[in-house]
Design a protein around this ligand. Structure first.
Ligand code: IPE
Ligand code: IPE
Ligand code: MG
Length: 241
């Protein structure tokens, strides 16, 4: 389903911390991995809902640089689910006009996952209905350190001067260099923290902490959150009235 080409959609970037899969499973006496599988199912539903509601950018936190601290079996299970998702969804994402990007640190990821990530990015690169960014082995502090190293290298080689470093050029060296800052961050499962998700980019984002666990999150709740978000007055430090 392609949007009309002559209508330029207003940018709306929603970022989500998909939290609560483990608790959803625990509450049902299921293995944590069952919660993650149900969570992957919700991703499909929320991508569809984002297309329907004309969200232009959707960024999903799938695995953090701190999630390696979990048991080996959970990490392996999650990596398996990511692969399964990329294989099973590729065609549908392409047909629905979804452009997929990945952010995060690739150095610790398996070659077989990186291959699927590259293929999906390449396959969907011309799409423009929805920009879907998946944060995989992503941590905000790690991203800032990597950006600092990239910039330092350019200074060392004499390609740029220290005085060339400013907010814009720093942003351009982050993984998110092609993306607008998130307008709204939704975290499910009722936790009131950001857990290292896009700390630089969310300096002026609005936040919603939703009590449902991710496997129970749905279009109706999402729509209500968007309606409430649209009533907020964003000031970015200025005085509007
Ligand atoms: C989010 O659900 C998925 C990942 C972090 C990969 P959790 O696994 O954190 O679920 P809870 O927080 O333990 O309920
Ligand atoms: C954040 O959730 C990471 C993802 C959703 C991928 P966590 O469950 O890892 O965060 P904490 O440990 O509760 O802060
Ligand atoms: Mg969690």
């Amino acid at each position: 389903m392609k949007q009309e080409k002559n209508i330029i959609p207003e940018i709306l970037h929603v970022a989500m911390v998909m939290d609560g899969n483990g608790r959803w499973a625990n509450e049902r006496a299921l293995a944590r991995l069952k919660g993650h599988a149900k969570g992957a199912d919700r991703v499909r539903h929320i991508v569809r809902a984002s297309l329907d509601m004309k969200v232009t950018h959707l960024t999903l936190f799938a695995f953090s640089t701190e999630n390696w601290k979990r048991s080996e079996s959970e990490v392996i299970g999650l990596m398996g689910l990511f692969k399964k998702f990329m294989k099973s969804e590729a065609k549908k994402l392409l047909i629905n006009g979804v452009k997929v990007r990945f952010i995060g640190n690739r150095s610790r990821l398996d070659k077989s996952i990186i291959k699927l990530m590259d293929e999906l990015e390449f396959l969907t690169k011309e799409n423009d209905n929805l920009n879907l960014t998946i944060a995989l082995n992503y941590g905000g502090r790690d991203e800032i350190v990597r950006a600092t190293k990239k910039i330092s290298e350019k200074v060392k080689l004499g390609l740029i001067d220290i005085d060339d470093i400013n907010i814009e050029m720093f942003s351009n060296n982050l993984d998110t260099f092609e993306l607008p800052d998130p307008d709204l961050v939704i975290r499910t499962s009722g936790e009131l923290r950001t857990s290292n998700f896009l700390p630089w980019q969310c300096a002026y984002s609005e936040y919603v902490f939703e009590k449902s666990n991710w496997p129970d999150f749905n279009k109706d709740i999402y729509e209500e959150i968007l309606i409430e978000f649209k009533t907020r007055e964003r000031r970015f430090g200025a005085i509007l009235k």
